[in-house]
Write a protein of this length. Structure first.
Length: 123
């Protein structure tokens, strides 16, 4: 998609930039805490087979959350780049403006609600 003149006013862009920066900071803290937690559980010695199964499940759960968090972190960073490029707030698929209510809830949203639904349906 081509760079366009920023159609969002600077005050609104700054509001979303701050939201994204805060979300990124919180997510990084969570990823670090999850990593520290998984390292702590590795140091514990499981005493019986039930403990070992629970320990294995816990590690897999933490790793899956961490993978999901990394994907969200990537989307937040991409949204911050779109702010710099004046593409923020516009659907990456159809180019239409993303509703401000959607951006308020998911400031890293790449698609308008219609395109997001189509993507989820496999179109």
């Amino acid at each position: 998609m081509q760079n366009r003149e920023c159609k969002m006013d600077k005050k609104t862009l700054e509001k979303y930039r701050k939201k994204l920066m805060k979300a990124r900071e919180e997510l990084i803290k969570k990823i670090i805490a999850d990593y520290d937690s998984s390292k702590a559980s590795e140091r514990e010695i499981a005493q019986d087979i039930g403990d070992q199964a629970l320990d294995t499940y816990s590690k897999e759960f933490l790793y899956s959350l961490s993978d999901s968090d990394r994907k969200q972190l990537l989307m937040i960073n991409e949204a911050l780049n779109r702010i710099k490029e004046c593409n923020y707030g516009f659907c990456m698929r159809c180019g239409k403006k993303i509703a401000s209510k959607r951006l308020d809830v998911i400031p890293w949203a790449e698609y308008c609600i219609d395109c997001q639904e189509k993507l989820e349906e496999g179109e």
